[in-house]
Design a protein around this ligand. Structure first.
Ligand SMILES: *[C@@H]1O[C@H](CO)[C@@H](O)[C@H](O)[C@H]1NC(C)=O
Ligand SMILES: *[C@@H]1O[C@H](CO)[C@@H](O)[C@H](O)[C@H]1NC(C)=O
Ligand SMILES: *[C@@H]1O[C@H](CO)[C@@H](O)[C@H](O)[C@H]1NC(C)=O
Ligand SMILES: *[C@@H]1O[C@H](CO)[C@@H](O)[C@H](O)[C@H]1NC(C)=O
Length: 388
């Protein structure tokens, strides 16, 4: 009896310690746009964050879209400095499959074996990400237009997204995402991936990939790409923040990318996969205890951030929904989720999600298995602040 009780107490202590660590960790490192704190960035703090995030590289690569990537030894990447990942079992991912031709997301060539490319975080990145915080408190809000699916246990989801380059202002963004959520709205664990045009995040208006995670619905935590520790990069060419080489043209060629998030329940990893077989990396389950039993909610669709005057940018292609042509709107095809038996299914029933019906629209065409979403944008009124 006694050993059992001891065991339990130890477990509780470990749990408590890790909860406290999560909290401290997540408020001390950079939190992307989502933090509501408005504390001034101190020089010292900035330097500390940069030195935590930027490891000494074995090699440095300048990507064609202008960013610098450092080749970091797999085991030394910043993710593993996260206090919750101290005991995380790590092994280099062996089955790396390169697709050199016909890709939409651009890869980075030349990292030596055993290393992974990590985008170098600059002072400007940190400052921009912090300034976002205050602008998003400033009347601007977010709008979604898409569909969701809910179930008790969801182990993953997929979809094929066409990619656009909507015109946005400095304090707006326009994106499309696949997101998985667990827990209540105010306290949700969320992981997502998609494409975005976000000058605040990237310092430019190219269409880029992005990933995001939070453990509390974006209240105190929330982090894009590798701007904080947590996401484990495994692919040696593809990174979550890379630029897209091609975007879609209205009434013309569509640039499509296939997004997938799937839970490996045995090892507790939420994998991020693109183009069916390019495994970019994973979020360890240690980061979000609420997720250990799977997600309960999937969202496919667009998401935009309005400017401080409450004006939303174009979403998707910026066009009104066209019921007939596939080449006009932002779309998601082949919406699927992974059920509790690891079977891939089409959602039996979806819920339309639209926070700003005046300016954006969505329509799920069941027979054609295609969700269309988007709109020109414009003044958004009476919007509740959505943060994640
Ligand atoms: C991975 O993608 C490449 C390029 O599209 C393809 O040739 C290959 O068959 C794919 N492999 C699998 C296992 O799907
Ligand atoms: C990108 O678009 C250009 C011009 O439309 C085309 O020539 C090229 O093949 C496309 N690249 C890919 C990877 O689809
Ligand atoms: C992106 O920015 C450049 C330079 O500021 C500008 O010329 C271009 O039109 C912009 N593109 C979009 C899609 O906003
Ligand atoms: C797309 O092409 C069709 C046929 O050429 C044309 O009628 C329509 O106006 C075009 N739509 C857009 C949004 O450019």
């Amino acid at each position: 009896m006694a050993p059992l009780i001891n065991f339990k107490i130890t477990n509780i202590l470990v749990l408590l310690t890790s909860l406290i660590l999560t909290y401290q960790e997540l408020i001390s490192v950079l939190e992307g746009r989502m933090t509501t704190e408005t504390t001034l960035l101190e020089e010292e703090n900035l330097e500390r964050q940069l030195s935590l995030l930027n490891k000494p590289p074995l090699k440095t690569i300048h990507a064609i879209w202008g960013d610098t990537y450092d080749c970091i030894e797999f085991h030394k990447q910043p993710a593993f400095d996260h206090p919750l990942l101290k005991d995380h079992k790590i092994e280099m991912w062996k089955e790396i499959i390169s697709t050199k031709s016909d890709e939409t997301l651009t890869g980075i060539d030349g990292c030596p074996e055993g290393t992974v490319p990590i985008r170098r975080t600059t002072r400007e990145d940190l400052i921009r990400a912090k300034s976002l915080t205050s602008s998003s408190n400033y009347g601007g809000g977010q709008c979604r237009a898409g569909v969701s699916y809910d179930a008790e246990k969801i182990y993953g989801a997929k979809g094929a997204y066409n990619v656009w380059n909507p015109t946005v202002k400095q304090d707006q963004f326009s994106s499309a995402e696949l997101s998985l959520q667990s827990g209540s709205e105010e306290n949700a664990a969320i992981v997502k991936l998609g494409w975005t045009v976000d000058p605040q995040l990237y310092g430019g208006n190219k269409t880029r990939g992005f990933i995001y995670w939070t453990v509390d619905g974006g209240q105190k935590t929330g982090c894009y790409n590798t701007l904080c520790r947590g996401f484990v990069q495994v692919h040696d060419r593809y990174t979550p923040d890379a630029a897209f080489s091609n975007v879609s043209i209205v009434n013309g060629t569509q640039a499509e990318f296939f997004a997938e998030i799937i839970l490996d329940k045995v090892r507790g990893r939420w994998w991020m996969i693109i183009e069916t077989n390019i495994t970019i990396g994973y979020w360890p389950n240690e980061l979000f205890p609420a997720f250990s039993q799977g997600a309960k909610h999937v969202y496919w669709g667009g998401r935009v951030q309005s400017d401080k005057d409450g004006v939303g940018p174009p979403m998707g292609s910026g066009q009104e929904i066209d019921a007939h042509s596939m080449f006009i709107n932002g779309y998601v095809r082949f919406l699927e989720y992974i059920d509790k038996n690891y079977e891939v299914r089409q959602p039996e029933s979806t819920t339309n999600i639209n926070d700003c019906t005046k300016v954006y629209a969505e329509e799920y065409f069941l027979d054609a298995k295609i969700l269309k979403y988007g709109g020109h944008g414009g003044a958004i009124l009476g919007l509740r602040a959505i943060k994640s």
